[in-house]
Ligand binder design. Structure first.
Ligand code: ADP
Ligand code: MG
Length: 143
């Protein structure tokens, strides 16, 4: 496990971190995002999408759960499980199929709700509020 701890002091800094992480994802990958509401998960995904070359504005997918963006021949999926409650609901969303295609790039907010449907090979990012504008972000990459 490769753990890194970041502190950001503005939404822009969190987006820059997202852009940096995007560079390691061009061949696909799963990014699991954890943390309470307002800790910066969606803000991070905005940077991630920018780093992947997506120019469309990234808005929170909370109400539709999964948003799909095309990047050349690949797809970026932004998933937000905030409103999903039981595991049967999760199984009906097609997320397993999305994850199983290793070419896909998938960012999942409230990833803990996937339980053991989360793949072993992934990046974990844990978000925490420190002050109004400071966020602690802990990065872990599976071997
Ligand atoms: P989440 O998706 O975790 O619910 P959002 O990214 O939607 O969180 O919201 C984070 C909020 O916190 C935004 O209003 C953003 O402007 C604000 N914010 C303030 N400081 C930061 C920071 N350092 N990183 C990320 N967001 C920040
Ligand atoms: Mg969000």
């Amino acid at each position: 496990m490769e753990e890194k701890v970041y502190t950001t002091s503005s939404p822009q800094e969190t987006q820059h971190l997202g852009e940096k992480v995007a560079l390691s994802l061009k061949n696909g990958g799963v990014i699991a995002l954890y943390g309470d509401l307002g800790t910066g998960k969606t803000t991070f995904v905005q940077g991630l999408a920018k780093g992947l070359g997506i120019t469309k504005r990234i808005i929170s997918p909370t109400f539709i759960i999964v948003r799909t963006y095309k990047i050349n021949a690949k797809y970026f999926y932004h998933v937000d499980l905030y409103r999903v409650h039981d595991e049967d609901n999760i199984k009906g969303l097609g997320i397993q199929e999305i994850i199983n295609n290793s070419q896909n790039i998938v960012a999942i907010e409230w990833a803990q709700k996937l339980g053991n449907l989360l793949p072993q090979k992934r990046i974990d990012l844990r978000f925490e509020n420190k002050t109004l504008d400071k966020r602690k972000i802990v990065f872990n990459k599976s071997p």
